[in-house]
Write a protein that binds this ligand. Structure first.
Ligand code: FAD
Length: 468
């Protein structure tokens, strides 16, 4: 008998609990992907994410074909398409891994109800997290709002299990599906063409990155993770978002490393970053409004400055005149990714120096990040804006100049992404407006002054904060 295995954020064959259990239960698995962006409402996947999805599905399709099977692709309302495929394949059960975006959780509940009403068994799994968001709570039975106790509890609550094996053979399927191209996931203008020299979507690409990270960057992670000019982090974020690799796989692989004592601390730090991902999912589950509303309601009265199109465009395109901010925004545009340290710097600049609501930034990231992830992006922005749970306090305003001096001391990162500044002596690259005549001469295309004065805008932000 057949069972539908509905793949969503678990686009992998290894360590896939839904797939493995369907097989263990004696079913022939029919692997299905239904493209239904409308069901994600205002947070339907952005352009960069869709482009990744295109290549991720291609990779999955190839992996399935190599095992004799086929990925059945559908486009439309999830429930209707699943019901159609159930009828066509006479599937007796539906298996899937959980997702946590508020609208998708509600959609999944409707699908489950409808199937169960028709007598089709539904089995759901934790395919993407170490702990389900509802699995841990504070002593008083409420959701966590502070990271450290959350992680203390969550990292103790989950158990490392054996890897679910990938099937060596998959049955071929007679069901009507579309070709991946027919989903039209790639943008008409191939602005993403440059991305793919940096990335390899799919399970194998994820495994390669994990291996490279284990061999090269676990030792030293704590220090190196803050330096944007090198590969000091895993760059697994888009793979994790689409579930091409599971956090359990990462945990298991890193547990086999032989590390020095400081290396152990590095690994614990890396794992706590996976913990921040878990925390984001905990928050989005328990506070579903936090994708659009301040977690801290005190900020509902905050005097945000409404951005004009030009000010937003200068930030988006990396033309603010503040080199570290411009470098980050251009790295994002050219590679679909931005280093975490720089994400915090550009976000602080937008929400504090420009005093624009964090949603303006979250929306731009949403469209341009390959790893755009509703839980991580909402919490990342709320954290930096100071409106979130356990967030950086609003009055802690990053100084982009000292941040770049500290974390990009040779200005290599800045010079890579803002090549106009390559001729300037290094210390000046951090704040080139200090020598306008030199800047005008050696980098005539670069803004001669920052779009806002850092000191004045900082003072204005603090004043707005105290009026709140
Ligand atoms: P590593 O350092 O190798 O960490 C391993 C994994 O842990 C990451 O792949 C990621 O899944 C998780 N992780 C690491 N840091 C964080 C964090 N601070 N919060 C939550 N999870 C984390 N991450 C996204 O995946 N998608 C987003 O849309 C996103 N938007 C962000 C927006 C802002 C304003 C900020 C400040 C951060 C955002 N982050 C987001 C978190 C973080 O910047 C990225 O996860 C990280 O840079 C990815 O690089 P990496 O895989 O090399 O990380």
């Amino acid at each position: 008998a057949n069972a539908l295995v509905w793949l969503r954020r678990d686009l992998r064959l290894h360590d896939n609990p839904a797939l493995a259990q369907a097989i263990a239960d004696g079913y022939a698995p029919v692997l299905v992907y239904v493209h239904a962006p409308e069901e994600e409402g205002a947070w339907a996947p952005g352009a960069a994410s869709l482009a990744w999805l295109h290549f991720s599905l291609l990779s999955l399709h190839r992996d399935i074909e190599a095992r004799g099977g086929r990925l059945v692709i559908a486009r439309g309302a999830s429930l209707a398409e699943l019901e159609r495929l159930q009828r066509e394949t006479r599937a007796e059960a539906l298996y899937f891994g959980n997702v946590y975006e508020p609208l998708l959780q509600a959609r999944d509940a409707r699908v489950q109800q409808a199937f169960e009403r028709s007598g089709i068994a539904v089995k759901r799994f934790n395919a993407s997290l170490l702990v389900e968001p509802w699995q841990v709570q504070t002593g008083s039975g409420t959701p966590y709002k502070v990271f450290t106790p959350f992680w203390r509890n969550a990292s103790a609550a989950f158990s490392l299990r054996a890897e679910y094996p990938a099937p060596s053979r998959l049955p071929s399927v007679e069901a009507v599906g579309l070709g991946i191209e027919q989903l039209g996931l790639l943008p008409a203008i191939a602005w993403h063409a440059g991305f793919w020299s940096h990335w390899r979507p799919g399970e194998e690409g994820a495994r390669e990155l994990l291996e490279a990270f284990c061999e090269g960057a676990v030792e030293g992670y704590k220090e190196q993770r803050n330096l944007p000019d090198r590969t000091g982090t895993s760059k697994l974020s888009p793979h994790l978002h689409f579930g091409e690799i599971s956090p359990q796989q990462i945990w298991r692989r890193t547990a086999t490393l032989r590390l020095s004592e400081t290396g152990q601390a590095d690994l614990a730090h890396f794992r706590s970053e996976l913990g921040w991902r878990e925390f984001s999912y905990h928050l989005i589950h328990h506070f579903p409004d936090s994708t659009d509303h301040n977690l801290n309601p005190q900020f509902d009265r905050f005097d945000w400055a409404e951005p004009d199109a030009e000010s937003l465009a200068r930030w988006q395109r990396g033309r603010t005149g503040i080199p570290i901010v411009d470098a980050g925004m251009r790295e994002l545009w050219h590679t679909g990714w931005m280093h975490n340290r720089v994400r915090m710097i550009v976000a602080s600049f937008l929400c504090k120096n420009l005093r624009h609501h964090w949603l303006h930034g979250a929306r731009w990231f949403w469209d341009t990040l390959l790893d755009a992830d509703l839980a991580n992006n909402s919490q990342g922005w709320q954290w930096t804006a100071g409106t979130g749970c356990d967030a950086a306090p609003y009055f802690r305003i990053f100084n982009p100049v000292s941040q770049s001096e500290k974390f990009d001391p040779q200005a290599r990162y800045i010079k890579r992404w803002v090549p106009e500044l390559q001729q300037l002596p290094t210390p000046l690259v951090f704040a080139p407006w200090q020598r306008p005549e030199l800047l005008r001469h050696s980098a005539p295309e670069y803004p001669v002054a920052p779009m806002v004065d850092l000191g004045e805008s900082r003072a204005a932000a603090l004043a707005a904060y105290s009026r709140r």
